[in-house]
Structure formats: structure tokens, C-alpha cells
Design a protein. Structure first.
Ligand code: HEC
Length: 264
């Protein structure tokens, strides 16, 4: 483990600085902004392919359906936009946040469901690509370009951050890997055919469309990585992955958001 990032008592800001210092040493000359591209930042060919696919995204239909869902009024005549500050524009980079009332980390998906509840509508299932998936695929694009600005303020919020951090550094599963084994220690190396992306930047662009049409949320990706670790994955939308997202998102503070992108 490298410097402050591996220490249990480092502050979130010390963690962020330590991660960035570690990656800067591994990837000299790569601008921090490029980290939002994940593994693509390390392959100019893959990045070229990405850019050309993103000119006419094959998944645009899903994003448009998400927009439709976002704009369709509830039975009471109100809409999702009414539940979010600024109609939902320029807010996604503030997620997740700590809510002291419920003593929970709140993700964007949780606030989508809160909005449905408050308006007397049925909640979406976290794993349902045709509702929760597509609505976040659209609604998060309303914050494209926004700089990630996740706050960890006060001991109760810090406790959640620490839980997420602990999960990140804990070796689990049959292979005895932690998230850090692949995305910190071995970032930039190739695992089978894939370049391992650095943790900084990993939360800025969700959902992604794998192969151009297969919508994957961040928590689905977490679960996939946990399966690859031969560990039993935590539920999407649950507290463990919410706290992990909180920790990871903090590390991406200052980076620009860009939702709904292509992944191989
Ligand atoms: C055995 C190695 C391995 C471990 C351990 C692992 N991952 Fe991954 N992860 C991958 C591979 C391979 C990919 C796909 C290539 C990439 O983008 O890094 C990936 C992708 C990701 C992505 C998507 C990056 C993007 O921009 O599309 C996230 C987020 C992620 N992992 C988080 C985690 C977290 C959190 C953990 C711990 C629970 C974890 N990973 C553990 C191998 C691993």
C-alpha cells in the first residue's frame, strides 16, 4: 500500500492526494482529466475507437427513452425535475452524499426512488435496466461537464467513507484480492486482455454501455469485479456498495462528469 492511501487514519483529502501521487508516478505525463476515460487513457487506439463510437452512440435510443421517462409526468402531474435542485442539472457530481437524518449514504438512484415515493409512484428496482438504468443514463448527462464535488463532512459521514475505504482495501474471495490489488497496485497492467484502470476517475461516467448496447451501472460493475475475485457480491443499491461508491467518488473530486459512455 502506498503512503497515506493505505493508512486507516488518513483524511479523505490525504487519501485523494496519495492516490493521485501514486498514479502520477505510474503514468507520468497523463493529465488528470484523462483519468475519466479509465483504461482508455493508456491506449490511444482504444481511445480513438471510443471517440468514433461516441460520435453516433449506438445506445442513443436508450438515453432517449430515459429522457422520455424523466419528462413524463407522474399521475399527480409533477415530474422528476421537480424533485431535484436546478431541475436536475449540474447535480450528479454531488452524489453520493451523506444524509444525517437517515444516517445513510444517498446515491443518485436512491433519490430517483425517493422522488417516485414522494409522488405516490412505485419505486424502480436498482437492477432494472429498462427503468432505473435508462433514467440515470439520461439524467446524469444533465450534469456532463460538472466537476465532481463529493463532501465528507463530520464524523458520521467520515464513518461511511471509512467503511467504503475498508471494503476497497480488504482482501476477499477465493483469490484473496482486494480492489486495490488490481486498480491501485496493478493499475496500468494487463489482466488477460484488459488494461486495469486506476481508481481515480472510475465513478465519473455511469452507466456505461458495454459492447455499445449493454447498459451497466456502477454497482453492476462492482458486482462483476467481485465475481472475478470469486467473492460473493454485495447487492446493487445496498449499503456496502453505496459506501464504496462514496469513497471512490470522493477520490474523483475535481474531475469532469460525462455520463453514458461506451465500454468494450
Ligand atoms: C482481478 C482484478 C480486479 C479486481 C480485484 C477488481 N477489479 Fe475492477 N476491473 C477489473 C477489470 C479487468 C476491469 C475492466 C478494465 C478496466 O476498466 O479497468 C475492471 C473495471 C472496473 C471498473 C470500471 C472502470 C470503467 O471506467 O469502466 C470499476 C468502477 C471497478 N473495476 C471497480 C472495482 C472495485 C471497487 C473493486 C473491488 C470491489 C474491483 N474493481 C476489483 C479487474 C478487477
Amino acid at each position: 500500500m502506498a503512503g497515506a492511501a493505505g493508512r486507516a487514519f488518513a483524511s479523505p483529502e490525504e487519501d485523494r492526494a496519495a492516490f493521485i501521487a501514486l498514479y502520477r508516478a505510474k503514468f507520468p505525463g497523463v493529465p488528470l482529466e484523462d483519468y475519466v476515460d479509465g483504461a482508455l487513457m493508456l491506449s490511444s487506439d482504444a481511445k480513438k475507437q471510443f471517440d468514433s463510437i461516441m460520435e453516433f452512440p449506438p445506445f442513443q435510443g436508450d438515453v432517449d427513452s430515459g429522457r422520455n421517462l424523466w419528462e413524463t409526468p407522474f399521475r399527480n402531474g409533477k415530474t422528476f425535475a421537480g424533485c431535484f435542485a436546478n431541475g436536475g442539472r449540474g447535480i450528479a457530481g454531488n452524489y453520493p452524499y451523506y444524509d444525517s437524518g437517515s444516517d445513510k449514504v444517498v446515491t443518485f438512484e436512491m433519490d430517483i426512488n425517493r422522488c417516485l415515493r414522494d409522488n405516490g409512484e412505485a419505486e424502480y428496482k436498482f437492477n432494472d435496466k429498462t427503468t432505473m438504468g435508462i433514467i440515470t443514463a439520461y439524467a446524469r448527462t444533465l450534469s456532463d461537464g460538472m466537476r465532481v464535488d463529493v463532501r465528507v463532512e463530520g464524523p458520521a459521514a467520515l464513518a461511511k467513507y471509512e467503511q467504503g475505504k475498508k471494503l476497497y482495501f480488504t482482501r476477499i474471495g477465493q483469490y484473496n484480492f482486494s480492489c486495490a490489488s488490481c486498480h491501485m497496485v496493478n493499475a496500468g497492467k494487463i489482466l488477460r486482455t484488459e488494461i486495469l484502470s486506476p481508481t481515480v476517475g472510475q465513478t465519473t461516467h455511469w452507466p456505461v454501455f458495454r459492447g455499445g448496447d449493454n447498459l451497466n451501472t456502477l454497482h453492476m460493475r462492482y458486482r462483476r469485479c467481485m465475481e472475478q475475485m470469486r467473492a460473493s457480491p454485495f447487492p446493487a443499491g445496498g449499503e456496502e456498495l453505496g459506501n464504496l461508491e462514496y469513497f471512490q467518488s470522493y477520490l474523483s473530486n475535481g474531475l469532469p462528469m460525462r455520463a453514458s459512455v461506451y465500454r468494450k
